[in-house]
Design a protein. Structure first.
Length: 458
């Protein structure tokens, strides 16, 4: 039951409920229905029963089997592994990014805390309790006289000057991440010692635990732990302008996630799987022309959250792409191609293209921006190689900083992903890795038919 809220009249409440009903994201709790009823009732006043109008408000939300995150963190009877905690951290950040970046009018939660994050049966986190949230159209910073938030999660600019901005939620997020990694009282210890020492202590404690539970992935997980606690500490900067944006945070988490994928083979513990590919030989290359090497779709690694929704198909009308992989319906996916530089002629520059088609029925691709990057055997990103790309062809008004595909004479689309010079330094590398990934896991995607990845010399 919701009681009357400060500075919120009936029209504002109805508008807020309608706004919440429009939120559609895997990490935002879904509003099923609400009640806003005003009726005549009798109350005692000066020793008499007098008629008055009473307002009753209630929200009906989807059921979350595993309750709130604070109970999960404080349950000492359970030993929660790092993969589960990282998955929860990443999910919370994705949900917050949806509120801050992906809505037409950004929404600030203003009461992000462990008790307002719910967990479903698969331990997927969902941000809840939007009773204090604010919609911001144009104006990104405001002052308020209303009492909002929860002690321990409030940023200094609000405590000292009642300032609200998107960095309010970032500060609260930092507290949440620290408590996920260190326990309910971990945040208080972070304020008692220098930041570098706190990061070192948390990292060392987790490394000792990982030596017992995840020895074969110790280094990858340790790097992930260190980056997460560094992000959390940066969220607690006193100067709000020095705190990272939620977009930067999600990008950094995805980078650590990618490093783990390259080090862990074809499966992982966060619910994503790679397609099964023939590993003997490791690469199957088809020469499509004198100056182009093709990695067929069978030679690519394809990661997604619903592996059963990829299928191999045959397109006999085009013998060069006899086998393709088709995306039926997923939320997250990554297409990764790797080739040893020694398999390519030395001293030649290359441009890498994804070759694909769009099915007659597609969803979630128009208007979405993917990310492509070039890596040297997994972890080291080539500076300046990360770019925004779109799998959907350019339309009127498309962004100038996004790379769009072009249609070839054979009917296939080609999307420029990366370029590199196969010089002496490159030839010393074990592998050149090009990846395309879709990071907006709040939108369902389908209808992508991948033929392969071309390494084409200039």
């Amino acid at each position: 039951m919701l009681h009357d809220t400060i500075e919120v009249n009936d029209d504002q409440f109805d508008t807020e409920c309608l706004n919440l009903a429009c939120l559609q994201h895997n990490n935002i709790v879904q509003l099923v229905g609400y009640c806003h009823d005003t009726k005549r009732e009798y109350i005692w006043h000066d020793g008499k029963l007098v008629p008055a109008h009473g307002t009753k408000r209630a929200l009906c939300l989807e059921y979350m089997n595993n309750g709130t995150l604070d109970k999960f963190i404080s349950d000492e009877s359970k030993v929660h592994d790092w993969c589960t905690r990282f998955s929860i951290i990443k999910g919370i950040c994705n949900g917050l990014k949806y509120l801050h970046k992906d809505l037409e009018s950004p929404m600030y939660h203003l009461d992000l805390k462990l008790a307002n994050i719910l967990l479903n049966e698969n331990m997927v986190p969902k941000i809840a309790d939007f009773g204090l949230s604010r919609l911001f159209e144009g104006q990104k910073t405001q002052r308020t006289k209303s009492i909002i938030g929860t002690q321990g999660y409030l940023p200094p600019e609000y405590r000292n000057g009642e300032i609200i901005s998107n960095k309010f939620d970032i500060y609260s997020l930092g507290v949440v991440i620290i408590k996920i990694m260190t326990g309910p009282r971990g945040y208080f210890s972070s304020a008692e010692i220098p930041s570098w020492e706190f990061i070192k202590n948390v990292h060392e404690r987790w490394r000792k635990r990982l030596q017992v539970t995840s020895e074969y992935q110790l280094e990858s997980y340790s790097k992930q732990v260190k980056r997460c606690i560094e992000i959390a500490v940066s969220c607690l900067e006193t100067d709000r302008n020095k705190r990272p944006s939620i977009g930067d945070i999600v990008h950094e988490l995805n980078k650590t996630y990618t490093m783990l994928q390259f080090g862990s083979g074809l499966t992982n513990d966060q619910g994503l799987s790679f397609s099964s590919i023939d590993q003997s030989p490791r690469l199957k290359m088809a020469t499509s022309s004198a100056n182009c090497m093709m990695l067929t779709s069978r030679s690519l690694r394809i990661a997604n959250n619903l592996p059963q929704y990829w299928r191999w198909i045959s397109l006999p009308a085009d013998p060069r792409f006899a086998e393709c992989v088709e995306l039926l319906s997923v939320y997250f996916f990554a297409v990764i191609g790797e080739i040893p530089p020694g398999d390519l002629p030395a001293g030649t520059s290359y441009i890498v293209y994804l070759v694909y088609k769009l099915a007659n029925s597609t969803s979630g691709l128009r208007g979405c921006v993917q990310t492509s990057s070039l890596r040297l055997h997994g972890e080291r990103i080539v500076p300046g190689s990360t770019r925004g790309v779109s799998l959907h062809p350019e339309v009127c008004g498309s962004a100038s900083d996004i790379t769009y595909p072009v249609t070839r004479g054979d009917g296939w689309l080609e999307l420029r992903l990366a370029e590199f010079e196969n010089d002496d330094d490159m030839l010393a590398e074990r592998g050149v890795i090009v990846d395309l990934r879709e990071e907006n896991d709040g939108v369902q995607k389908r209808g992508l038919i991948i033929g392969g990845m071309e390494f084409r010399s200039n």
